[in-house]
Design a protein around this ligand. Structure first.
Ligand SMILES: [Zn+2]
Length: 270
């Protein structure tokens, strides 16, 4: 449940990687920004959960980052032990980029185990990394997360239009960040994403803005640029994003699959 006074959504931020973590939590509170603090290792979960006590806008995800699987695969049992403590899972997923390809088979094994554990408990919302591996992520979701009470959110999506269409059919949501907005190549995808599947995120501190690490308080700027790209009213878009998040959390259900989805709907006006 998120506060009734919520205004903005940052559904993927590494709060614990900022030096002024505590100040960031206060800012989320002051500006009413619902922020999912993702973690990169299960060991980090406990400390993050403690720090978020008393901050109703801050949610804490349990994660095992695919880029850390080579060193941290041993924490999988801790992940499974902690999973009942939270509705939010992230950052998890796959990374087939050249730096992490050596661990790709191990990443797949870990991701599959994580998905099966979420599926068994049900009612989880997952923030998923899919660098150069969207199709493989979707295949893992299909095989290991059949429960429709769990909602996969593809964070920082960089896939193709057909991968986007497939993800939509499967009921995935998408959290959009500033880097996606800056990318010319992503424009058609940002226009075509269905409005009821949209969330926003910063992925701070990994994304920068004006040569500094982006912060949850930069989400309003992200929303207004996204609204421009989609040619919609920015305050209506902000409202829609909040409603989308509320819908996910309240019903604990993945949006219905869309078999008839048209890739070019938002672009060519048909
Ligand atoms: Zn991240």
């Amino acid at each position: 449940m998120i506060p009734a006074t919520s205004r903005w959504v940052d559904f993927h931020c590494h709060l614990d990687l900022y030096r002024d973590h505590q100040r960031l939590l206060r800012q989320c509170d002051e500006a009413s920004i619902v922020t999912l603090g993702v973690t990169t290792t299960p060991k980090a979960f406990e400390r993050n959960a403690e720090m978020a006590v008393g901050y109703p806008y801050v949610l804490v995800g349990l994660g095992l980052h695919p880029q850390l699987v080579a060193e941290r695969a041993g924490e999988l049992s801790l992940f499974e032990k902690l999973l009942h403590r939270t509705q939010y899972v992230g950052e998890v997923g796959l990374d087939a980029g050249p730096r992490f390809y050596a661990s790709f088979q191990e990443q797949r094994r870990i991701f599959a185990r994580i998905l099966r554990a979420c599926d068994e408990q049900g009612s989880k919302v997952l923030s998923i990394h899919s660098v150069r591996s969207v199709s493989k992520v979707l295949r893992e979701l299909e095989a290991n997360l059949p429960s429709r009470t769990c909602v996969p959110v593809l964070h920082w999506f960089t896939g193709t239009r057909s991968e986007m269409a497939r993800a939509i059919e499967m009921g995935c949501c998408f959290s959009v960040n500033m880097e996606m907005i800056r990318s010319e190549k992503m424009r058609p995808i940002l226009r075509a994403l269905p409005s009821d599947r949209l969330l926003t995120e910063t992925d701070g501190p990994f994304v920068t803005i004006d040569e500094r690490a982006i912060r949850p308080t930069d989400v309003p700027a992200t929303v207004s640029l996204l609204a421009e790209i989609r040619a919609v009213d920015s305050s209506l878009l902000a409202q829609q994003i909040l409603e989308n998040l509320r819908g996910l959390l309240l019903s604990n259900a993945r949006p219905e699959p869309r078999r008839q989805f048209s890739l070019f709907k938002a672009q060519d006006g048909t």
